[in-house]
Ligand binder design. Structure first.
Ligand code: NAP
Length: 283
């Protein structure tokens, strides 16, 4: 990649950001499409967020992905939001539209696209159980409700789960609540959006009994490192179909890429770059 005076700059902001697979994924896509640009990581401390947004405006940064802990905090600094981002109150993509710095959220659509890529999308009316009620649970639950699923949220902290009722969840509860136990027995899809299963909680699974799930239930996990969480390993050994979070990462990135550049994202190139960066141990 040869940069020159016309090169565009894209970025990802997080704190921490070192673990991000987005730079190799987007740089591979830029190169494959022959776009004169570069995608770089910035560790932005929470109290520097306003200055970072001012930097985007001052420097003409072409596009930004924002990740934990900035997805909600960045919203007040933007000029406009897509209806989906407005609904969630969170963004993961900053882009320019007619001189306005706008925010979009691509996680939910990325998650549905990932399921679709493996023919795993539940039919409208199917019960799905979302484990967790953090930022990614909000995107995923809202997207699943948006395609007509009956979404039941299980979370350790009930007060947090309550916030998902206004995003389309039809019921919430603790892991051993009657509502959640009923939904697990019925579920076409169970998705783990908690951090249980990734470092430092490798080997830990959310408190659900895999044996309660129906034989045709799909189990998905937003975690992609490790490749198979304990939850996915147990589901697989029960014969259930599983999907990890790698494809969601790729698909949400592809939607951001298209938002910035107006060209089709080379999804296969992005997927390969993420796989290589994970195998190569990008931390
Ligand atoms: P978050 O906002 O911090 O939410 C974390 C969730 O995990 C909360 O519901 C929390 O429950 C739960 N949790 C944490 N420790 C727990 C424990 N010991 N017992 C029970 N529940 C526990 O995190 P996030 O941003 O949603 O991210 C969640 C996961 O999704 C991360 O692993 C992240 O890497 C992954 N992710 C993947 C993608 C992708 O593209 N594949 C995209 C986004 C996120 P409480 O509410 O009770 O604290």
């Amino acid at each position: 990649m040869i940069l020159n005076g016309s090169s565009d700059v894209f970025a990802v902001w997080g704190c921490p950001v070192k673990h991000s697979a987005s730079p190799p994924m987007h740089n591979a896509a830029l190169e494959h499409c022959g776009i004169n640009g570069v995608y770089v990581p910035f560790e932005v401390q929470p109290d520097h967020l306003a200055a970072a947004v001012a930097g985007v405006r001052a420097l003409g940064i072409r596009g930004v992905n924002v990740t934990v802990p900035h997805k909600e905090a960045v919203v007040p600094f933007l000029d406009a939001l897509t209806p989906e981002a407005e609904h969630l109150g969170a963004v993961n993509t900053l882009y320019w539209d007619n001189g306005l710095l706008c925010g979009d959220t691509t996680d939910g659509r990325g998650y549905i696209a990932a399921l679709r890529s493996c023919n795993l999308v539940p039919v409208a009316g199917a019960t799905v159980v979302v484990l967790g009620a953090g930022g990614s649970a909000r995107s995923v639950a809202s997207a699943l409700a948006g395609i007509g699923c009956k979404v039941v949220v299980a979370n350790r902290t009930l007060a947090k789960a309550e916030g998902l009722l206004s995003l389309g969840a039809s019921d919430i509860g603790g892991y051993d609540s009657p509502a959640v136990l009923r939904a697990l027995a019925d579920a076409a899809l169970v998705v783990n959006t908690t951090t249980l299963g990734m470092s430092p909680n490798v080997g830990v699974i959310p408190e659900i009994d895999i044996d309660r799930l129906a034989d045709n239930c799909v189990v998905s996990d937003l975690i992609y490192r490790p490749d198979r969480t304990e939850l996915l390993m147990r589901a697989e050994s029960r014969g259930l179909r599983v999907q990890n979070g790698l494809e969601m990462l790729v698909q949400q990135g592809a939607i951001s890429f298209e938002r910035w550049l107006g060209v089709s994202a080379p999804v296969h190139v992005m997927r390969q770059a993420v796989q290589e960066s994970i195998q190569g141990g990008v931390k």
